[in-house]
Design a protein around this ligand. Structure first.
Ligand code: PMV
Length: 361
């Protein structure tokens, strides 16, 4: 598929006056990180993520034909029951980027009603789940207008559109494990959209657990957009992109052979490398907090003392994702509640596990 395949030939909206669609779309946590991009949201390296089950955005998109046709977008955003004009600029920018692919969006007045399953200021980015939920709602409109489009095309294009809203959102449409970014070992992979990890995954990864420790619930001090841009002249960029490519090959093997020792090593190394890129950019910055490091040390000690397969990963923030196999769930939950949540802001944490992608409501 190329970018051109997502430009519709002719869409006739005369028979669709109004309606509404609703999708629930998950957040995801990258195992091999995407950090660095070129225009338009093309990743410098491929990434793989676990789809989360409990952290998601639900969006209802209501649309009705404009009474007075205009080229302007007509959008109202309602977030958790309240009108949010502050969310509009981001959505207008998103609509500008995707208009070429969904030209019908200038024809309707839209009301976007959206809510997250996780607290708003939790430090959990809602852009992946939010943008993918909206992209899926728009695809439902396109399907109404062009009923002949296949499910495969529907999902690919939803991911393609979501990507233009937020890169990592491309990985929030389909599948428990999602690959985004062209990689030689993964034939169908693409820079334009995410695909389901195409190989059989070892049973040890079934229901893999992710407990998110909310160390810092504030807004990020440095946005991902700035962070990605700092990779442009980064002294280690080339090496990093090569390393990520190799790590995709390694992880692909591990996911198939179930070698958890290798998994732990690779996942933690990826998390620390992401933060190392931030610390070695110019301007440099640190998103980890003292409690992030305290948690990491505790996890390492627990792993040594208990011969456990517990490990951590990090997003672009201070929160820690604690990853572990389902069979260790009981013991590790006890460890988390007795030894780790004291490092979380207001003792807040979210128990999650790998889920299966977005669904229409
Ligand atoms: O989707 P963005 O532009 O917010 O970038 C997200 C980047 C990381 O979350 C740090 C890594 C990833 O692959 O999700």
């Amino acid at each position: 598929m190329t970018e051109k395949d997502f430009i519709p030939k002719k869409i006739n909206t005369s028979n669709l006056k109004k309606g509404s669609f609703s999708w629930r779309s998950p957040s995801n946590i990258a195992l091999i990180k995407y950090w660095g991009k070129s225009e338009p949201q093309i990743p410098k390296n491929s990434s793989i993520s676990f789809t989360l089950n409990n952290c998601h955005t639900t969006t209802i998109l209501e649309f009705s034909k404009k009474e007075n046709p205009s080229k302007e977008f007509s959008i109202k955003v309602v977030f958790e029951g309240e009108t949010k004009d502050s969310f509009k600029p981001k959505i207008v920018k998103f609509f500008e980027r995707i208009e070429k692919y969904v030209p019908f969006i200038t024809k309707y007045d839209f009301v976007i009603k959206t809510k997250n399953s996780f607290p708003h200021s939790s430090g959990i980015a809602s852009s992946a789940s939010g943008m993918s939920a909206l992209a899926l709602c728009l695809m439902s409109i396109q399907k109404e207008l062009n009923p002949e489009i296949s499910d495969e095309y529907f999902n690919q294009k939803a991911s393609f559109l979501a990507r233009l809203g937020s890169g990592s959102a491309a990985r929030s449409v389909e599948g428990d494990l999602v690959v985004w970014g062209q990689h030689d070992d993964i034939k169908a992979s693409s820079d334009l959209y995410g695909i389901k990890f195409p190989f059989k995954v070892h049973k040890k990864f079934k229901n893999y657990q992710d407990t998110i420790l909310l160390v810092d619930k504030g807004e990020k001090q440095v946005s991902s957009t700035i962070g990605h841009n700092l990779m442009i002249d980064h002294p280690f960029a080339k090496k990093r992109f090569k390393q990520a490519d190799k790590n995709i090959s390694k992880l692909s093997e591990i996911l198939q052979n179930g070698n958890l020792t290798a998994f732990v090593n690779l996942i933690e190394s990826e998390a620390l490398t992401l933060h190392a890129m931030m610390m070695t950019s110019n301007p440099y910055y640190i998103l980890m907090k003292p409690n992030t490091l305290k948690i990491i040390e505790k996890i390492w000690k627990y792993r040594r003392d208990n011969k456990s397969d517990i490990c951590f990963t990090l997003d672009a923030g201070a929160n820690v994702h604690v990853l572990f196999p389902e069979r260790e769930k009981e013991k590790i939950n006890t460890f988390i509640t007795s030894e780790l949540i004291l490092f979380c802001q207001n003792n807040h944490y979210i128990c999650d596990y790998v889920g299966f992608g977005a669904r229409q409501l």
